[in-house]
Design a protein around this ligand. Sequence first.
Ligand code: B12
Length: 374
Amino acid sequence: MPQETMLSSLHVMPEVAASYDLLKSKVVEEVNHIMLAKSNLHALIGGENSVNIMFTNHHNHGEFMATVLSTNNFDLLERTLPWVYRSYANHGFSFDYFPVELDAWTQAIERVFAPAHATPIIAIYKWMRQRHDKTVEEAKRGDVPVEDAFPPSRHPQFDAFMALLLSGKHRECLALCTRLVAEGLPLPSLFVSLLQPAMYRVGTLWENDEISVAKEHLCSSIIAKTITLLSTNAPVSSAERGKVIVTSAPNEYHEIGAWMVATSLELAGFDVQYLGANTPISELIHLVGEEEPDLIAVSVALSSHIKFVHEILDVMAKDAKAASIPILIGGLAFRTNPEIVHALGHRAAFAQDCNEAVGAALKLVPAENRPANG
Ligand code: B12
């Protein structure tokens, strides 16, 4: 009987993680190639229309594993696997696809890497392969959806707003929010109690294949429009709190959370430069050099992008102008993996939501740094 690989025995050296990151696209190409040659592929992935979804999965898996290897965070891997199985199963994939896919990764890694680098990586794939039945069990049992893991104090109008959002009634969504703000609900509280849980619900519905990608896009665009229109008319504090750059991490296309943070900071009196989604690290550092902000806020939704926060911190630490600027992090990736926040220690501060982000920013930018006092 083959010896069982233990989670605690897994470890990769930084140079192995770096070469995985460098060569992962080549491995993904190999995996795609191996999988396309399978005679039972359509049975495994739920029909020929799912080939592109499979390619996306391989790409996302490569990105995710690069984060796991660079941080040696195998708890993150263990926690994420059942979610991956469940999500793809809900979109028509058979659970039998996963062992076949994992074998394809092992084969591709053997082809692309020299044995010294391939061996520790393959040990991880062996471990995933070994735990397949357990992962299926956990996927079927279903863990707690994001929206239930963070029970927000949902606004009483949540159900009404959700119904309008899902039926694409953008004017009515805006009218409802405008009314709540006129009645005295501060914008950051509206974000946290209504728009954020609405998008978390959209995520659950998408994950369970109860709404289409087009519907999720529609909801995102209505929320984006609502944030823009409400924030344009909102009163901004006259206090001068200092300058903040707010951005999403590289490759991160989730920007609504970062946008809420940017808006909340702006209303509190910060001079905010909001960069939106997917900012390359070199561009961020360049802008930091030009703008000399008092704080940098980085949003990460996908756990596969956590490695970019480490990279940003490393690059900033070596940059003369950026080294002393505090960094605030947040987003779903940290909310669902709190041990990562702990591991970062004092290198970065964390806040759960856009309301908390304001309090954290006020602490990180001392009064003596603020323009009125400078
Ligand atoms: C809308 C959406 C998208 C849109 C984003 C559109 C846009 N313009 O932003 C698009 C279509 C691009 C998208 C793509 C993908 N998505 Co998506 N998406 C979502 C969804 C439904 C909502 C995201 C959102 O707006 N949430 C609402 C905001 C307000 O919440 P928030 O981000 O948590 O932000 C709050 C706090 O976290 C905090 N915060 C956020 N940032 C910061 C920063 C700082 C500094 C601080 C202090 C605080 C802070 O404050 C915010 C306000 O209070 C989520 C579901 C979910 N539960 O979030 C999935 C979700 C995040 N997506 C997911 C996935 C898998 C993907 C894809 C990989 C899908 C695919 N197969 O291609 C791609 C990846 C694209 C990429 N490279 O980034 C998964 C992630 C799972 C995981 N474990 O990592 C989720 C959870 C869906 C799910 N239930 O499975 N997605």
